[in-house]
Design a protein around this ligand. Structure first.
Ligand SMILES: Nc1ncnc2c1ncn2[C@@H]1O[C@H](COP(=O)(O)OP(=O)(O)OP(=O)(O)O)[C@@H](O)[C@H]1O
Length: 377
């Protein structure tokens, strides 16, 4: 992240501060993400002391720093500080992965966090620094893909998603899906890998074919008139946390949040039933989807949703589900080049693109017959 971008982020943090009740601290410190945890620990403590002045005189021995997750994108740390009065405070420190700015707009993320946390979503934003942010620690467990499928939880996710989609974020309300996909496409189609094996695999991608698919799908989804809402865009099990004692569900990680089609957010969530192993046999059945839609459309009277509304959302979600495969396939090909993380991103590209190809005809004909039936009415 360059100096200019840090200043932009600081300005957005200022705006977020005005929207949240709590204070958001800022520091220009950056932390080298290539350091090992023991090397990084003193830097993290120094950063926390700089951000939170009440800790500036606390001895380093009163802090503990541990890794929560290496994430696919970021490094997430848990920092606990034992204050002089004996109270302990826990927070998370998120260090942005190098080169993630190619796929994530950090200003957009920080702006959204301010409004979303004011609306009761996610962890509270406590501070921002050169290459990351500090948030409150959420005492809850992370869901698994099979949790998401459980009827009670699926209903709660649907209900929360409806509320999330109602949050108003100032600025442009233009849906980002196709803008992002075309941006990803431009970057993805001009990569070059030093690794011979990777370059060989990359050359197997026909970008001409992908481009045609994108254009065809965009034309069809445009005709569906899916409502534009503020969408999470990455609602996988790892971004859902549950405090079982309080029965409270948390949506976290708004890195990809933007104005977008509601059908995309829901179809993308359904794709995540497949989990990290991409077992698409776990994709929700029509009955499971209708259960979700009922609670999304009418949380207080789920059994009164009309067949027409259920069908409309079914068509939307299952057409945009295809766009979700194209989006994450292109994203993965960029990550294959840019990310320092040792993950088979090109393999992931092919998994998503193959699933797209497998589902395409069925979903497109569903959308086409829905559109021609509504034209004939
Ligand atoms: N505020 C928080 N409090 C407690 N745990 C958290 C918090 N935020 C994230 N986590 C935990 O860390 C995990 C990774 O978080 P998150 O998805 O935000 O990171 P990420 O780097 O963006 O990961 P990925 O790129 O894989 O989505 C979550 O699944 C959750 O278990």
């Amino acid at each position: 992240m360059g100096a200019g971008r840090i200043w932009d982020a600081m300005e957005v943090a200022e705006e977020a501060r005005e929207n949240c009740c709590s204070e958001i601290h800022s520091s220009h410190t950056t932390v080298d993400t290539s350091l090992s945890l023991p090397q990084m620990t003193p830097k993290i403590i120094e950063l926390c002391k700089d951000l939170f002045k009440k800790w500036s005189n606390l001895d380093d021995s009163q802090f503990s720093v541990e890794t929560i997750s290496g994430g696919i994108t970021n490094l997430l740390l848990k920092v606990s500080a034992k204050e002089e009065n004996g109270n302990s405070t826990c927070m998370t420190v998120r260090l942005y992965g190098p080169n993630t700015e190619y796929v994530i707009n950090r200003e957009r993320e920080l702006q959204a966090i301010g409004y979303l946390s004011a609306a009761g979503f996610g962890a509270k934003l406590l501070g921002v620094f050169g290459n990351g942010m500090v948030q409150s620690f959420i005492n809850a467990r992370t869901l698994t893909p099979s949790d998401m499928k459980m009827p009670k939880l699926a209903a709660e996710i649907a209900k929360q998603l409806r509320k999330f989609h109602q949050v108003e974020i100032p600025g442009s309300k233009e849906p980002q899906l196709w803008i992002d996909i075309f941006k990803f496409f431009e970057k993805a189609s001009t990569l070059k890998f030093d690794d011979i094996e990777k370059q060989k695999k990359y050359k197997e991608i026909s970008f001409e074919e992908v481009h045609n698919e994108v254009v065809e799908l965009k034309e069809l989804t445009d005709r569906l008139n899916s409502p534009v809402v503020f969408a999470h865009n990455d609602l996988l099990s790892g971004n859902l946390m549950l405090n079982d004692d309080e029965g409270k569900l948390y949506f976290i990680d708004f890195e990809y949040g933007s104005y977008n089609y509601r059908g995309f957010d829901i179809g993308n969530h359904f794709n995540e039933y497949a989990g990290y192993d991409c077992d698409y046999s776990l994709y929700p059945t029509k009955d499971e989807q209708y259960h979700f839609f009922r609670h999304y459309l009418a949380p207080d009277k789920p059994n009164e949703v009309s067949d027409q509304d259920l069908e409309t959302l079914y068509v939307e979600a299952n057409t945009f589900m295809l766009a979700s495969h194209l989006y994450w396939a292109l994203w993965a090909s960029i990550q294959a080049k840019m990310s320092p993380i040792d993950f088979d991103y090109l393999g992931y590209y092919f998994l998503r693109y193959e699933e797209y190809t497998k589902q395409k005809e069925k979903c497109l004909s569903l959308a086409r017959s829905y559109l021609s039936a509504s034209r004939d009415e």
